[in-house]
Design a protein around this ligand. Sequence first.
Ligand code: PRP
Ligand code: MN
Ligand code: MG
Length: 186
Amino acid sequence: MNSDIEQILITESELQAKIKELGSRIAEDYKDKIPVLIGVLNGAVMFVSDLIRACPIQLNIDFMAVSSYQDSTESSGVVKIIKDLDRNISGRHILIVEDIIDTGLTLSYLLETLQARHPASIKVCALLDKASRRRVNVPIDYLGFQIPDKFVVGYGLDFRDLYRNLPYIGVLKPYLYEGITGDNDI
Ligand code: PRP
Ligand code: MN
Ligand code: MG
């Protein structure tokens, strides 16, 4: 285990088992369609790449890069598009793939922005839900795990752009972020 990690919250095998389940459900629900799975960079990079391998149907993938935190560890509420989709999604079935829903501000912005492009449908698949932190109500159609309000990193989730490459979800040792912020955030 990485020495900056206090506790493993979700192991690699627990993640992979859950992703297989989610992939099967999505494959069943979209078997007669060709959905566009939209990975939200950077955090969803690992999740979307494992999820599509667990989803044996015809599908497209595309990516958006957005950031609501920028240099801060606390959500500013301002979401910025850093990279937009490469395709027109009008008439397409969209599945947004996120690593974590925290305040909900990023997802709420994405839903509003993508809905305005007239897709046939939009659903959301999120690996983690930190529901106790929610500031806006957002739908999650496919969810991996509910998690407590702990400072989690790994499997795409970062602290200061580090720890994304850990294959599990871990809790960061508090001394690493104490004094930087009084808040508890990703
Ligand atoms: C994180 C995470 C989600 C979002 C969730 O992304 O990956 O996209 O925050 O938080 P919210 O529900 O409070 O909006 P971040 O903006 O840190 O960018 P990153 O994916 O590149 O780490
Ligand atoms: Mn993100
Ligand atoms: Mg981040």
